[in-house]
Design a protein around this ligand. Sequence first.
Ligand SMILES: N[C@@H](CCC(=O)N[C@@H](CS)C(=O)NCC(=O)O)C(=O)O
Length: 206
Amino acid sequence: MKLLQSIGPNPRVVKIFITERGLDVERQEVDLMGGENRQESYTTLNPAGQLPALILDSGLVISEITAICEYLDESNGSTMLIGVTPEEKAEVRMWVRRLDLGICETMANGFRATEGRPLFENRMKLVSPDAAADLKALSKDKLEWLDKQLAGKQFVCGDRFTLADIMLYAFLEFGGTVGQPLDESLTNVKGLYDRIAERPSIAASV
Ligand SMILES: N[C@@H](CCC(=O)N[C@@H](CS)C(=O)NCC(=O)O)C(=O)O
């Protein structure tokens, strides 16, 4: 098994997840900035042309960070990071999907179409800069909603630290580096971000 990884918030999620799980996974760096992931040598492995991707011993290539993390968790004995019971798993999947669609994807697409435009315009279809402003506003709106949902909670899924927290952290960290900083008046989100930042896995998986 080998993880193809690069810079960027999606690979960062898997790196933190692996560190939290204490797994030993072979890694190979792919040059995202240089567009190696858009060349045939990579797209024959992962036709989505994005990172990360996990090549299994069977030869099957898994992309999409949720699928990769679920595979790594389940194939090493399920943990609370995703869940052991159907109920625990469903709760994490619910939050991961909300975060991914409402915050992570909108934030990333807003970035690609503006600050990231020079890098991405020859790689993929981008929305207009005006639409990008709307995407950024949408992710801010979802963060405001999330702030209310987090009232009285330690983590996204209550008392347990999960993949949902890792995703939120990696994308807020990314947003801070690409002109979409967290609005610090969202004190519940900011508090959660700071709590996650203190975990040893964050510094250990840079
Ligand atoms: N939905 C995908 C998103 C993957 C993604 O957007 N990866 C970014 C890095 S954070 C990428 O490969 N960007 C370079 C490109 O699209 O050429 C997932 O869950 O893995």
